[in-house]
Design a binder for this molecule. Structure first.
Ligand SMILES: Cc1cc2nc3c(=O)[nH]c(=O)nc-3n(C[C@H](O)[C@H](O)[C@H](O)COP(=O)(O)OP(=O)(O)OC[C@H]3O[C@@H](n4cnc5c(N)ncnc54)[C@H](O)[C@@H]3O)c2cc1C
Ligand code: FES
Length: 281
């Protein structure tokens, strides 16, 4: 019975979510390194009201070689209701993102969103740690800004293959975050080193909550430390999606809730979940 109830966890209704399928116009679309592009769109409401951790399902243009049938989910990298803009930072990986990469300034693109449940900040959290890698940094950057705007001190641990792959450092710093970069190229991203950093932050009283995105390995590390040290947290999950609206069930992953193992749709009950709940695969 517990498992059954858990599959029906309380989430906002479709009407409460305020998503819409809108046509946005490309304002700027630049490479930030050899793998990632930064897309800035002029978009009508409700797109620029997207909150940290929410995402959009984006219609990716077809090319001569790629016909991406489904839309692709992308986290909100930045959303600004004042300027009416919404931004994405994405890695050019396969058919969808190769098509997306062809968009030029002035072109229109359909985006559905904002979708999903984003990050939550408890009133009594004064210091948080965000730990991200790769595309996870795109998801965590707006969280750092939201936290800072509420007077929360942020330590951002950014993991990357090498210095050329570290993104958004200035964005995190501009928000007031203390930034620590860890790299594969010099061995500082090794789990033992990251664990030691997180333990130090906890000992120094700088970790009321943990947040992570972009790496299963880092998620498992934060999960274990959070459990051991009694630090709550959240993780933004990635999963291949089709509808993005909770209807097709193609994004289901398994989670633990108490003693039960339950199935949840990443697009609808997430993509942000309690750090202790996701099961690795
Ligand atoms: C909520 C959410 C937010 C996301 N935000 C971002 C973002 O901000 N920036 C960004 O670069 N990416 C983000 N992604 C991932 C992005 O949607 C995928 O990179 C994209 O779907 C890949 O599409 P593609 O057309 O390039 O590759 P495809 O041709 O669809 O796939 C290429 C390969 O990657 C695998 N793959 C595709 N998507 C995923 C996935 N989600 N997880 C694991 N393997 C996958 C496929 O199996 C295939 O082997 C997000 C995903 C989710 C669910
Ligand atoms: S993508 Fe269709 S239910 Fe999640």
């Amino acid at each position: 019975m517990e498992a059954l109830l858990d599959t029906c966890i309380q989430v906002p209704s479709a009407l409460e979510r305020n998503a819409d399928d809108v046509v946005a116009r490309v304002l700027s679309h630049e490479w930030v390194n050899s793998e990632y592009k930064h897309l800035i769109l002029d978009a009508p409401d409700p797109a620029p009201r997207s909150l940290a951790g929410q995402f959009f399902n984006i219609e990716c243009p077809s090319t001569e070689s790629d016909k991406p049938f489904f839309r692709r989910p992308m986290s909100t990298y930045k959303a600004d209701p004042q300027s009416g803009t919404v931004e994405f930072l994405y890695k050019v990986t396969g058919a969808g993102t190769r098509g997306l990469a062809t968009l030029v300034t002035g072109q229109d693109v359909r985006i559905l969103g904002p979708l999903g449940i984003g990050f939550r900040l408890a009133e009594d959290w004064r210091n948080i740690v965000v730990l991200g890698r790769g595309v996870g940094l795109a998801t965590l950057a707006p969280l750092a800004e939201t936290a800072a705007s509420r007077g929360v001190t942020v330590t951002a641990v950014l993991s990357a293959r090498n210095p050329a792959r570290v993104m958004s450092v200035e964005r995190f710093r501009d928000s007031g975050a203390q930034v620590e970069v860890v790299l594969d190229s010099d061995g500082t991203s090794a789990p033992a080193n990251v664990e030691a950093m997180l333990r130090r932050l906890a000992e120094d009283g700088r970790a009321d909550a943990f947040f992570t995105c972009g790496s299963n390995r880092l998620m498992l590390l934060m999960q274990r430390l959070g459990r051991e040290l009694g630090i709550p947290g959240q993780v933004a999950m990635e999963q291949q999606m089709a509808c993005g609206l909770g209807m097709c069930f193609c994004c289901v992953r398994t989670f633990k809730s108490g003693n039960a193992t339950v199935s949840r749709r990443v697009c609808w009950e997430g993509p942000v979940f309690d750090l202790q709940e996701p099961l690795s695969w």
